[in-house]
Design a protein around this ligand. Structure first.
Ligand code: BDR
Ligand code: CA
Length: 319
C-alpha cells in the first residue's frame, strides 16, 4: 500500500484526481488537506468533504488549510473556469460531506508523518502554500516524506493563467519556490507541457458517465470547464491535470521524466509564477542552490486515458 496525502483545491480536475486516490486499492489515503486556489478555501474544503462522501471514504480525515498565499494576497481565483463553486455548479450533488478534522492542514500532515512507519507520498495539486508551510514549520519531518508529486508549472508550454505562469505556481510563487527549488524531498513535477496533451472529450465523459454513479457525478461537473478549454485554448476537450499527477503518485513510472533544476520567478513583473527549467543539458546537479527535480514531459496519453477510465468506473469499494 502506498501511504498518501493529497493536498488539493477542488476544482473539476481535482475531483477526478481525488476519485483516483480514494478508489485505488493500492493506496492508503491517510489525509486530504485543502488550500485556496480554484475557489476559496471554505469552498474547496466543503468540496473535498463532499467528494470523499461520494467516493465512500468517511474514514479519510479532511484538514482545512491556508486561505491565502504566503506573501502576496490574492483576489483573483480561477475566473470561473471551474464554475462559481469549483465543481461546475454541481457541488451540492456530491456528498454527504464527510467530517472535517479538528486538525488544520499542516497539523494533520504532520500527525500523519509522525505516525507513519514508512515514507509518505504527498501529492499536491493546488497552490503549494500548505506544503511550504509544513516544510518551514516542521523541517524534522522532511525525511519522512518519501516523495512529492506536484501538479504545476510549465517548462516550454507557457502559462495558462498568465502568458508565463501555470495556475498552481502563480497561486503562490513563493511557496512553489520553497517546495520545488528549496526542499530535499525527491520530487516529480507534472507540468502543463504534459497535462495539456492528455485531454478528455465530451464523448469520453459520456462513456464514463454510463459506467456508474461515480463516473456520472464526475462527468456532470464538465460544463464550464469544457467550455473554457474550447474558448481559451481552442480544444474540444478538457485537461485533467491533477488526475495525471495522481496516477503518477499511485503508479510511479506512468510518466517519463527528465531531471533538471527548476526555479520559480517570484518577481512582481509579467514573469511572476513562471517556472524556469534549466535545459542546458542533462542538468542533474544543483545549479546556484536550485536542486534538480524530475520533470514529467512524456506519457502515453492513450494508456493514461484508459487507466483513468478503468479506475473511475470501478465503483466504490467496500471497506
Ligand atoms: C491546475 O490549476 C487548477 O485550475 C487545476 O485544478 C490544476 O491543479 C492546472 O493549471
Ligand atoms: Ca487543482
Amino acid at each position: 500500500m502506498i501511504p498518501l496525502i493529497v493536498d488539493t483545491d477542488p476544482g473539476v480536475d481535482d475531483a477526478f484526481a481525488l476519485a483516483v486516490a480514494a478508489l485505488a486499492p493500492e493506496v492508503d489515503l491517510r489525509a486530504v488537506t485543502t488550500v485556496h486556489g480554484n475557489v476559496g478555501v471554505e469552498q474547496t474544503t466543503d468540496n473535498a468533504r463532499r467528494l470523499l462522501g461520494t467516493f465512500g471514504r468517511p474514514d479519510v480525515p479532511v484538514g482545512r488549510g491556508a486561505g491565502v498565499p504566503l506573501v502576496h494576497l490574492l483576489e483573483r481565483r480561477s475566473d470561473g473556469v471551474h464554475g462559481d463553486d469549483g465543481l461546475g455548479g454541481r457541488s451540492l450533488d456530491f456528498g454527504p460531506p464527510v467530517d472535517e478534522s479538528p486538525l488544520r492542514a499542516v497539523a494533520l500532515m504532520a500527525s500523519v508523518l509522525e505516525a507513519s512507519e514508512e515514507p509518505v507520498t504527498i501529492a499536491a495539486i493546488g497552490p503549494f502554500t500548505n506544503v511550504a508551510t509544513l516544510l518551514s514549520a516542521r523541517p524534522d519531518l522532511e525525511e519522512r516524506i518519501g516523495r512529492f508529486v506536484l501538479m504545476g508549472g510549465s517548462i516550454a508550454f507557457g502559462g495558462n493563467v498568465s502568458a508565463s505562469a501555470e495556475f498552481n505556481v502563480w497561486g503562490d510563487p513563493e511557496a512553489a519556490r520553497r517546495v520545488l527549488a528549496g526542499s530535499r524531498v525527491p520530487t516529480t513535477m507534472v507540468p502543463l507541457d504534459l497535462t495539456m496533451r492528455i485531454t478528455l472529450t465530451a464523448d469520453w465523459l459520456d462513456d464514463l458517465a454510463a459506467t456508474g454513479p461515480v463516473g456520472a457525478a464526475l462527468a456532470s461537473t464538465r460544463e464550464t470547464y469544457l467550455a473554457a478549454y474550447s474558448t481559451r485554448f481552442g480544444h474540444a476537450a478538457m485537461a485533467v491535470h491533477d488526475a495525471v499527477a495522481l496516477l503518477e503518485a499511485i503508479v510511479p513510472g506512468t510518466v517519463a521524466t527528465t531531471p533538471m533544476p527548476v526555479d520559480v520567478d517570484t518577481s512582481s513583473g509579467p514573469g511572476r509564477g513562471a517556472t524556469i527549467g534549466d535545459l542546458r543539458g542533462a542538468e542533474a546537479q544543483a545549479v546556484d542552490g536550485v536542486r534538480p527535480v524530475e520533470v514529467a514531459l512524456e506519457a502515453d496519453a492513450t494508456s493514461v486515458r484508459a487507466e483513468l477510465r478503468r479506475r473511475l468506473s470501478a465503483g466504490v469499494p467496500r471497506r
